[in-house]
Design a protein around this ligand. Structure first.
Ligand code: MG
Length: 266
């Protein structure tokens, strides 16, 4: 199952995305009449309406999630912790990005003038499908996951270092590009390759096999603190290779089975 959110005739809709047999191209084939996180995991069974198919590459895509919160994991890959001179954490390190920081693929990341160093962080995003609260120690988290997407945990690195809370460094408007779609056809437990390119050049290439804390550990841990609601987004941490971008650059986060999240920087 794959779905997106897109603009059509001035309003926002969720749409089912299917791959055309033969060409392999992705098209939006049905309008979903309820948000996919109301589906309890079975998006195809949601009430939907037929529509004129739109090739995904021609659609005006919006951020595919409308979360009540965005919970991020810091330093969840050993090599990334080391490259910024940090110890490997002994329990998950969490922080928030505000929903106001969301940005669709194609949207422009706006660097604040006050920052002298802004970095990309390509990550696998997890979309929650069922409310979860205080999961048991060994409970399988997969029934609570609706799907996966690409996230760029964009960061004003100098402000993050200066402040003990990361609200500024992580929270500016446009600092959370997400998309292009949500898919449940990838398996982070088996290993999902997360790649980031700047102006076409590969800068990060990590695999979710190398997580310090598995998604199970992370989601169970978060659920002890706060109730995760359907539609909430978790950014699972970035692999090594983070670095700065400047105005005029284009950042892409690519995950096989999900697609390419592409954003120019201003
Ligand atoms: Mg990050």
């Amino acid at each position: 199952m794959k779905y997106c959110r897109f603009a059509l005739n001035g309003s926002a809709h969720y749409g089912l995305v299917e791959t055309v047999v033969g060409s392999g191209e992705e098209e939006i084939t049905r309008l979903l009449l309820q948000p996919p996180h109301h589906s309890d995991g079975d998006v195809e069974s949601l009430p939907s309406r037929r529509m004129d198919r739109i090739p995904l590459v021609e659609a005006h895509l919006l951020a595919p999630v409308q979360p009540s919160k965005i919970v991020c994991v810091g330093r969840n890959y050993k090599e990334h912790a080391a490259e910024l001179g940090n110890e490997v954490p002994t329990e998950p390190l969490l922080f928030f990005k505000p929903p106001s920081s969301l940005l669709a693929t194609g949207g422009t990341i706006v660097r604040p003038a006050i920052s002298e160093r802004t970095d990309y962080e390509g990550e696998l995003g997890v979309v929650i499908g069922r409310r979860c609260h205080r999961l048991d120690e060994n409970e399988d988290v997969r029934p609570y996951i609706l799907g996966y997407t690409c996230v760029n945990d964009f960061t004003a690195r100098d402000l993050q270092k200066k402040d003990s809370q990361w609200v500024r460094g992580k929270g500016y408007d446009t600092f959370c590009p997400v998309g292009p779609l949500v898919s449940d056809e990838v398996n982070p437990w088996k290993g999902v390759q997360v790649e980031t390119r700047v102006n076409g050049e590969v800068r990060q290439s990590g695999n979710t096999r190398d997580f310090i804390f598995s998604l199970g550990t992370v989601i169970r841990y978060i659920s002890q603190i706060m109730t995760l609601e359907p539609g909430d987004l978790i950014a699972s941490g970035t692999p090594e290779g983070v670095g700065p971008v400047v105005a005029g650059d284009v950042v892409e986060v690519l995950i096989e089975g999900i697609g390419k999240l592409s954003n120019p920087v201003a």
